[in-house]
Design a protein around this ligand. Structure first.
Ligand SMILES: C=CC1=C(C)c2cc3[nH]c(cc4nc(cc5[nH]c(cc1n2)c(C)c5CCC(=O)O)C(CCC(=O)O)=C4C)c(C)c3C=C
Ligand code: FE2
Length: 736
């Protein structure tokens, strides 16, 4: 499906030529480069690649922008991830017509804005708009040079993000102030800025109109039930914890729009476009559609609420991935996407009013902008707000000294925050989590860890490694050859049981079409017993998966069917290799056994350190207790049957089986107080096999707030074959 935001430019029944008709100086100001504008409006935005060729550089810039992302070894890791991601992102841009329409829309909006400003504010005319992008041409720094050479009296830096985030608007503003650092500014040009406008009444009206346009397309009987899903680009929770105002500002826009609409419909604020493995603001837009659909809601309007023009996330993610693909998958009746404000006349009125009021007012800068987030540890933010900003000549009657007063006051209050609060010193570990999370966001210099760590499990090195592993794990979508590093593993791998061959033969006899089985056997589950093997077969797997999915979900309870979520996907990167870190011996009533732990090689320390560190970040760590388990896992991953349809990424921790009951009747789900037996079909249906079968279920969670994940396990009397037919359930009581 091909979409192009550019093709949509003339829609909306709005004749832009009416606005562009010549009026005194205004048109010439924009068409004749030689004419000096009195007022320049610098439209700030992130930008998007206009051609496929720009995608690589664009991603490179995003990934190396420390305000947008904080990665360990960012200078190396950022470009690496950008390269890995380029082809995938290029494909998306191809599908929306070859490039991002942000530039075209911003130019049009700027032009319409200046025409209107010339009318409503002749004293500051002629106005001329300029575009300054953060990650792609025209770069803000180049545009500033252009403005300076045009020599206006006044420049208004106008953020095109209605809601402020340090990751977006903050990054753009900081880049401007960094640009001015060390330069001699032209004292004749006065600068001021508009950093946010989330609840401007005309912006709110524009969104309301965009929604009404779509509601009008529903039949009368369906219209009132349509759920309005306000979808905003998500934000990492670490940014939220730091105090980023974006979530509350987006919420403010949504509330104002709903008030404007007299709360005519049910609605929900949802978040889209998560990047990377860390937790971001939820609920995600696609999950919300799925879950509402599962609850019988079938009509939706998606409203992009945090961006003022079409871009890849409206044209691809919302239109193609959700309104088309997902809607089909979850059998939505009608789902429409409201257009972005684009060139809606009310929107042009909105930006005109914002700039006009700004020009007539005397606030050159929002005090909120000068006050950093409560948990901000960014040196750049500090420098920008306390030093660089005061180097830009102000535009209003306020003297530079007074302007500096704001900065100095702020500066002092910042300095008075004891830096020691940034150190992680406390135990027990639970208490340290929050601090670690809130202070490890930016790539802090190691000196911030200068105080000794009392918790022996968390070391700066491991924190950095952890982040590194996360990024690496997330950044690739295919299992790679580096995973086959097993020589080290093979050499040290203990075989925990003597019955391996026996079981292999047995299974191969029972399942003759099986050409590849990988599993490990171990003594019957007892204390500390855990999963040690996998079953995998390229052709049978599909069949088995089908059988499992249907029989589980339909025979256990019809209501659970609707709560089946995406199965797991395990992503392993070529940079994460595994290392043996420990072996221990144990015994249960009938056997002795030995286990060996493997952890990602980059972790320093033992497996416990790795585990505890991961726990601190609520991340599961892939640990493989035996070589066989490791190889099985790898095979499973490589098996396209398993990987092709999976959308969710998380980390696999093959964890212990909770209990091995004696018979299937010993455990069951409860649903509405009713006991629902969990009937496990045996893979071959062989009665002779079935008589010794015991059933197991391992339960895991990827984070404390996440859904339970169930792993089916079948035990044959004294051995267990584990396979990865995992699924995720919600709201099910499990009773042993
Ligand atoms: C308007 C709000 C946005 C916030 C907040 C935001 C935060 C944010 N974004 C990334 C990483 C990426 N964003 C990317 C594209 C992108 N981001 C926004 C908006 C916000 N981002 C838009 C409108 C776009 C698309 C622009 C276009 O080309 O049309 C990308 C690149 C695309 C991709 O790789 O998927 C990345 C990467 C982070 C890490 C972040 C918060 C910290
Ligand atoms: Fe983004």
């Amino acid at each position: 499906m091909m979409r192009s935001g550019i093709q949509k430019l003339p829609q909306n029944g709005f004749n832009i030529y009416q606005l562009l008709k010549p009026r005194n100086f205004s048109l010439s100001a924009r068409n004749c480069d030689n004419l000096r504008p009195k007022t320049a409006i610098l439209m700030l935005n992130m930008g998007g690649p206009q051609t496929k060729d720009q995608v690589g550089d664009y991603l490179h810039r995003i990934m190396t922008d420390r305000e947008m992302m904080q990665l360990p070894f960012q200078d190396t890791l950022g470009p690496y991830i950008a390269r890995k991601r380029t082809a995938e992102v290029q494909k998306k841009y191809e599908e929306i017509g070859g490039g991002s329409p942000i530039l075209k829309w911003t130019q049009l909006q700027g032009s319409l804005l200046c025409n209107r400003l010339d009318q409503v504010s002749p004293e500051t005319a002629p106005h001329k708009s300029y575009v300054g992008f953060r990650y792609v041409t025209p770069f803000t720094e180049d545009t500033i040079k252009e403005i300076e050479s045009d020599g206006p009296e006044r420049v208004v830096i106008f953020s095109q993000y209605p809601q402020y985030s340090c990751a977006t608007s903050g990054s753009s503003f900081n880049s401007i102030f960094t640009h001015f650092n060390g330069k001699k500014p032209n004292k004749n040009i006065k600068w001021s800025m508009i950093d946010r406008w989330p609840t401007h009444h005309l912006l709110v009206k524009t969104f309301a109109e965009r929604i009404k346009e779509k509601l009008a397309e529903f039949t009368d009987d369906k219209r009132d039930d349509a759920i309005l899903l306000f979808s905003a680009h998500s934000l990492p929770l670490k940014n939220v914890r730091r105090g980023d105002s974006y979530p509350s500002e987006v919420g403010a826009t949504v509330n104002a729009v709903m008030a404007e609409l007299n709360h005519c419909n049910p609605y929900c604020l949802v978040w889209q476009s998560k990047v990377g493995p860390l937790p971001w603001l939820e609920p995600f837009t696609d999950d919300a559609i799925k879950m509402y659909a599962a609850k019988g809601k079938k009509n939706f309007v998606l409203i992009p609420i945090a961006f003022v023009n079409e871009h890849i996330e409206t044209l691809h993610e919302l239109d193609i991935e959700y309104c088309h693909d997902l809607a089909k998958e979850v059998k939505v009746e009608k789902i429409l996407r409201a257009a972005a404000p684009n060139d809606h006349p009310l929107f042009i009125d909105a930006i005109t009013d914002i700039v006009d009021k700004h020009l007539k007012g005397n606030q050159k800068i929002n005090p909120k902008f000068l006050t950093r987030c409560p948990h901000c540890v960014s040196e750049r933010c500090h420098k920008t707000r306390c030093e660089n900003i005061s180097k830009i000549p102000s535009t209003t009657g306020i003297s530079t000294t007074e302007d500096n007063y704001l900065d100095i006051k702020y500066n002092k209050s910042f300095e008075s925050v004891p830096q020691s609060t940034l150190n992680v010193t406390t135990t027990p570990i639970n208490k340290t989590f929050t601090k670690i999370l809130s202070t490890s966001n930016s790539m802090r210099p190691t000196k911030q860890f200068s105080r000794p760590f009392k918790n022996p499990f968390i070391t700066p090195a491991n924190l950095i490694d952890l982040q590194y592993c996360r990024m690496m794990i997330e950044s690739t979508t295919e299992a790679t050859s580096a995973m086959t590093e097993p020589p080290i593993l093979a050499a040290t791998e203990p075989i925990t049981t003597t019955t391996l061959n026996e079981v292999t033969t047995e299974i191969e006899t029972k399942m003759p079409e099986t050409t590849s089985t990988t599993f490990v056997v171990e003594p019957k589950a007892g204390t500390l017993s855990s999963t040690t093997g996998s079953f995998s077969h390229p052709t049978r797997l599909d069949e088995i998966t089908k059988k499992f999915t249907t029989s589980h979900m339909t025979t256990t309870s019809s209501t659970t069917t609707t709560e089946l979520l995406t199965p797991m996907k395990v992503v392993i990167s070529d940079d994460v290799t595994f290392l043996k870190v420990g072996t221990y011996r144990g015994s249960n009533e009938s056997n002795e056994y030995q286990k060996t732990y493997f952890i990602p090689q980059r972790f320093r320390g033992d497996w416990l350190t790795a585990k505890v560190t991961c726990k601190a970040f609520e991340m599961e760590l892939a640990t493989f207790e035996t070589l066989n388990e490791f190889t099985s896992f790898q095979q499973l991953w490589e098996d396209s049957q398993f990987s092709k349809n999976f959308k969710t990424t998380f980390y696999l921790h093959v964890d212990g089986i909770t209990k091995t009951p004696k018979s299937p009747d010993d455990w069951y789900f409860t649903k509405n107080g009713r006991k629902v037996p969990f009937k496990m079909p045996w893979l071959t249906g062989e009665p002779s096999f079935a008589k010794n079968v015991e059933y197991c279920l391992s339960i895991g969670k990827k984070s404390s707030t996440d859904f339970l994940q169930f792993n089916d396990t079948i035990c044959y009397s004294n051995r267990r074959v584990y396979h990865f037919n995992s699924f995720v359930c919600q709201k099910i009581d499990f009773v042993f």
